[in-house]
Design a protein. Structure first.
Length: 498
């Protein structure tokens, strides 16, 4: 039988000597040993279930290994090793082995790498399930949402388009030097329709949340109207050529090639299970979560050449659903949230990758890590100091705390921790999926930390209304950071010269 590995994060609560037992009935026939090659001793007090078998972590680890006295030896069938760190999390790996072995690998406890076989086996799909009363409530909420759509039909008339085509593309591709010149000739001869000609242009799409949008916290009515109508004027898609506007990804790409750009991003969007449905607020605001944005892309006949994904910031609101006691001891809720995030994100990314495999043209899917919250909170603190001197500044500074509880100062450290672990998960998901793409040379899947490391610590980078979302300068920095990171992918697609 080949070795099988399972990886998981477990919080540690105290440094204390003890024992541990891991009886796994399904694997009792396989010999193994237990070692903990770390000077630390940690106390664990959580039961885990793996494939219907109980893993009992009783009193932590001992440093004893192969040479331990008989009365102190580890009586179980798996090698377990880990390392405690200041993050408050311990990484433990379970490995089924044919023969005893001792690991000397030092684990990085601040990075969360999970085996996909393990994810979700002991974590429910969602926090809530619908009982009959809840189902009736949901039906009623959907009816109200439809009524609101009918009343606010004007918002669909005045809103900017989610998609943009380079206005002068016919002129640009009519030059013999254009890579699309042959397509243009076919169009002129009547062999291609205009729609077919447009389909030949590079297509770029964006999946994201409010940090991709021209969004900021304000009055309820103003936010309600904006989230339903606001498109463009953001770091991905902006067509304003004025010097004080945003120099967007679309505009930067347009200098290289005519193209079609589509934004699917939605304010308030989450990385969701794809099964639980929308909240009432999301119904009213027409918010589209990750699964719905992926649906929109997969429903299109033309799959993007370049798909950018920057979503997950709303999944960081860890404190919102917890009581006061859980907020004081958040390790387990944080891990449950992290486990779900990985499972849900991987589910949607796999759908998109599967579609990309079937395409005849080259495709790039770029996954961006969530924003640098340590830098962001520095900018927000600076904004708070300015507001103390001039109360007229940042009029909705405090409103953000009511909407996004985890942004409060006392919860920020855990939000930063969770963001770092989420980015590690994204990197790992991409790495695992890339192992399956060796026979698909037309598909490029990449993880980028360009936005996770962008320096947003200057107060000029946050919005002058809420000091939460990006300002114009913030959007410009995000566009610049993302575009710089995309250079290898643009060369892969043939958009940018070698």
């Amino acid at each position: 039988m080949p070795d099988r590995s399972y990886k998981i994060y477990i919080p540690f609560f105290a440094i204390e000597e003890g024992k541990f037992e891991i009886p796994l009935k399904a694997w009792q026939r396989d010999l193994g040993e237990g070692t903990f090659p770390s000077p630390d001793k940690v106390y664990l007090d959580r039961d885990l279930t793996i494939e219907s078998n109980r893993i009992n972590l009783v009193r932590g680890f001992q440093k004893n290994g192969l040479n331990a006295p008989a009365n102190e030896a580890h009586y179980f069938r798996h090698t377990v090793y880990g390392r405690a760190s200041s993050t408050g999390l311990l990484k433990v790996e379970f490995k089924v082995m044919r023969e005893p072995s001792r690991f000397e690998t030092q684990m990085e406890a601040d990075l969360a790498y999970f085996d996909r076989k393990l994810i979700g086996l002991y974590v429910r799909e969602s926090e809530d399930s619908l009982d009959p009363v809840g189902l009736i409530t949901t039906v009623g909420q959907r009816a109200i949402s439809l009524l609101v759509d009918m009343v606010f039909v004007a918002d669909r008339i005045i809103q900017k388009s989610k998609s943009v085509i380079t206005p002068d593309y016919p002129e640009r591709i009519s030059h013999p030097s254009s890579v699309f010149y042959k397509d243009y000739v076919e169009y002129e001869r009547g062999n291609l329709t205009e729609d077919q000609l447009i389909r030949r242009l590079p297509h770029v799409a964006m999946i994201g949340d409010s940090l991709v949008k021209n969004a900021y916290v304000s009055s309820i009515l103003s936010m309600f109207w904006r989230v339903r109508t606001e498109h463009q004027r953001n770091w991905f898609l902006d067509t304003d050529k004025s010097p004080d506007s945003i120099y967007s990804i679309y505009e930067r790409l347009e200098e290289l090639t005519p193209l079609v750009a589509v934004e699917h991003s939605g304010a308030g969007a989450n990385v969701d299970s794809g099964k639980s449905g929308d909240t009432f607020l999301q119904m009213l605001s027409k918010t589209r979560n990750f699964s719905q944005q992926a649906d929109e892309i997969l429903d299109e006949e033309r799959f993007p050449d370049l798909l950018l994904i920057w979503i997950g910031h709303n999944n960081l609101n860890w404190a919102a659903s917890l009581g006061s006691e859980e907020r004081k001891n958040p390790d387990m809720p944080l891990l449950r949230r992290l486990w779900r995030f990985r499972k849900y994100y991987a589910r949607q990314l796999e759908r998109l990758v599967e579609r990309a495999k079937k395409e005849k043209h080259k495709t790039v899917i770029a996954v961006f890590g969530v924003v640098n919250f340590e830098a962001f909170f520095k900018a927000r603190r600076a904004a708070g100091l300015l507001k103390e001197k001039d109360p007229e500044l940042y009029p909705h500074f405090e409103t953000g705390y009511r909407i996004f509880v985890s942004m409060r100062p006392e919860y920020q450290n855990n939000m930063i921790r969770l963001a770092l672990m989420m980015n590690a998960e994204l990197r790992d998901i991409v790495g695992e999926l890339n192992l399956e793409l060796g026979s698909y040379p037309n598909v490029r899947l990449e993880y980028s930390d360009a936005l996770a490391t962008a320096d947003l610590s200057s107060v000029e980078m946050v919005h002058p209304v809420d000091a939460w979302h990006p300002s114009v300068k913030g959007h410009n920095l995000l566009a610049e950071s993302a575009f710089r990171a995309l250079s290898p992918s643009l060369r892969f697609l043939g958009i940018q010269p070698e």
